[in-house]
Design a protein around this ligand. Sequence first.
Ligand SMILES: Cc1ncc(COP(=O)(O)O)c(C=O)c1O
Length: 421
Amino acid sequence: MELQARRDRLLEIESEVLSPYGTPVYVFFEEDIRENYRTLRTALDEQYPDSVIHFAVKANYNPGILSVLRDEGCHAEAYATGELSAALEAGYSPQELLLTGMNRRLSDVEQALETGVEHFLVDNATELERLIVAADETEAQPKVLIRGNPSMEVPTHPEVATATRESKFGLDIESGRAMAVAERTASASAVELAGVQLHIGSQINGVEPYGTAARELLGFAADIRDELGIEIDILDLGGGFPVPYDGPVPDTEAIVTEISRTVRETANTLDLPLPTLFLEPGRRLVGNAGTLVTTVGVIKQTPHTSFAVLDAGTNAVSSYWPYPMFALTDGKATEHYDVAGPLCYTGDVLAADVELPPLEAGALLAIDRIGAYSLGSASHTNAQPKPPVLLCRSDGDVTVIRRPETPTDVFANAEVPDDLR
Ligand SMILES: Cc1ncc(COP(=O)(O)O)c(C=O)c1O
């Protein structure tokens, strides 16, 4: 949804829906999630039909949001046990899940196998051994995807680049570490070597990195064929599709075209059969579907700037990204504000020098496109309750998908020693 349409919709629901909950409140739009999924599914159906979309649950593990994607036919990539539980709660069948991680406990792997999960990503040799032990015990024969690391620099924030030489993720392809784990997988009868995977990072602003990644990973698949005599079935290129925060990003069709073309050409050159393509997008499917509605509580002039101080801070949104903001009041954007949260640290500034209409205490301000990673990274800094989450349904209804927290919820699991009571 474009910003103007988003603003109009928020104004429509302001009196009956937003007022009862107060602010801050997250508002998600079901139709945007469905549209994001359908755009990707349609592009794949046209260009590479033998493909499965696994929503990266880490981007938003609210079961209400996950259910919308499940209803569309999306599968899910669940990172370790917590996300696996959220996906099961949202009604995904274990066969629709790909379990990833980098330090899953043996008991967690056993439990996942008993539940019926079939696809497991393997990030390191130790985890592979745990999976082999668990598979032996449970007599399941899980399909293994080896996570490769091709040492790639990508155009994004350094903290979300995940296939660089310095990264903790994946098995280095060049040095042979990835091949050693592939060999061990192939030699263990309890598991099946089914695929290769990589995830180059998040918010990748360009299509070329996907072509490079596909070539690297298919090169690894060809090495597996040459050295181990195994043709892998699954090529998983991870996620990373970007969201337009403050500028244009490649559209879904352009990314799918680059992937599809490169996979077909490279497989042909390397004489490999066309693999089933797995993708693991997170941000792109939910990022533009959520807004955080806040109230300006204080306008404060300093010698340096005008601060608009909100009732939600940097603890309510995933960091790094320049989220678009707009006021739900009338007036032309003639003023400049530094938009700050109420938290007790200097860095609690959401954006500097934002052009907005003149604001007074009580004005509503929306921070848009916060739908990915914000719910998961939200914290209780300064013992602030986390905001509730509303879902604007496709039929116009609005429903609560995360209840408001009370101040005591923040320390509900804490214990005071008896003698100090
Ligand atoms: C293995 C893996 N797959 C998929 C994703 C989703 O990335 P994005 O939300 O950028 O699509 C991530 C994000 O960190 C990841 O680590």
